[in-house]
Design a protein around this ligand. Structure first.
Ligand SMILES: [Zn+2]
Ligand SMILES: [Zn+2]
Length: 304
């Protein structure tokens, strides 16, 4: 298996083309809601996607995020007949527990060494600002625990291609004025400071004859910023789909409308929001995109 290496040139575009894959199957292992047609699965606030890629007769699998705990991840994978041992890599979209809490259970289950790709800030203490104070919402494990369980932490800020056809976004450039990060804190040098969530990253998958699929965790960096990063790095003209948490559940109507406008301007072909996207935002997307917008739930599987 070859894994392409990418370096950024001064224009910010990744040198070399992301070789497209023939097919991708994305399965929602854990999400806030369960698909009523898939009884017996556990829905929990959080996110985990199992991604299978096929190209030239070869198959690769990876896991994007692990949901909030081991139980939903392991039990749902078993019920859906997905073998987690086949995942050659784990990519963590950011450090919040609802995306990382299943990691230790995953490592103990697979019992092999697995590279875990994450931004170094994902390991920082993370808090949510609540009316009555701060709630701890960071990675619930120490680095050593993960390493002892077989995790090989690959801490990177730059874009990185772990498998053919797949690019991890790296730190996402913040350009869009209405996509502001609010309500999070972290520690820096022993002081509590605003958390700009620089650890937030996404996956970009290049599909033959279709264009790019952008897969987000929570899109704390902003879903439009994330798509712009995808285009800047890959040069892809077509955005076939944007899938994942768009973090618009507490967004103003103005921000939701502005996001829709940007999606249209970019020419996003399909939307598959879930997790923290928010009911109001999804309703708006459905109104504008019709059948081209599909809300994903635990157990859903999409073939691209
Ligand atoms: Zn988050
Ligand atoms: Zn989340």
């Amino acid at each position: 298996m070859s894994s392409a290496s990418y370096s950024q040139n001064p224009s910010g575009k990744v040198a070399g083309n992301l070789a497209p894959v023939d097919e991708m199957r994305l399965t929602v292992l854990v999400e806030d809601k369960v698909n009523p047609e898939k009884p017996g699965l556990i829905a929990k606030h959080g996110l985990s996607f199992f991604i299978e890629l096929k190209s030239s007769g070869q198959t690769w699998n990876l896991l994007l995020d692990t949901g909030p705990a081991a139980d939903p991840l392991l039990q749902n994978a078993r019920k859906l007949r997905l073998d987690l041992r086949k995942a050659s890599h784990v990519v963590l979209s950011h450090g919040h527990y609802d995306h990382t809490g299943g990691l230790l259970g995953f490592l103990n289950f697979v019992e092999t060494k697995v590279p875990i790709i994450l931004h170094p800030d994902a390991l920082k203490p993370k808090f949510l600002v609540k009316k009555r104070g701060l709630k701890k919402i960071g990675l619930p494990f120490r680095e050593m625990e993960l390493e002892e369980a077989g995790g090989v932490l690959a801490l990177r800020r730059d874009p990185f291609s772990p498998l053919p056809g797949v690019l991890v976004s790296g730190e996402i450039r913040r350009e869009v004025p209405f996509e502001v990060v609010k309500g999070f804190r972290t520690m820096e040098g022993g002081t509590l400071v605003k958390d700009e969530m620089l650890d937030d990253q996404a996956l970009f998958v290049s599909l033959r004859d279709k264009g790019l699929v952008v897969i987000t965790g929570c899109a704390h960096a902003g879903v439009v910023n994330t798509i712009r990063q995808a285009r800047r790095l890959t040069g892809a003209a077509r955005i076939h789909a944007v899938v994942g948490g768009f973090h618009l559940f507490n967004a103003s109507t103005r921000r939701i409308m502005a996001t829709v406008k940007e999606f249209q301007k970019i020419g996003v072909e399909h939307l598959m929001p879930c997790h923290c996207s928010g009911r109001r935002a999804v309703a708006r997307f459905v109104k504008v995109f019709g059948e081209r917008c599909q809300r994903l739930r635990t157990g859903d599987s999409v073939i691209f």
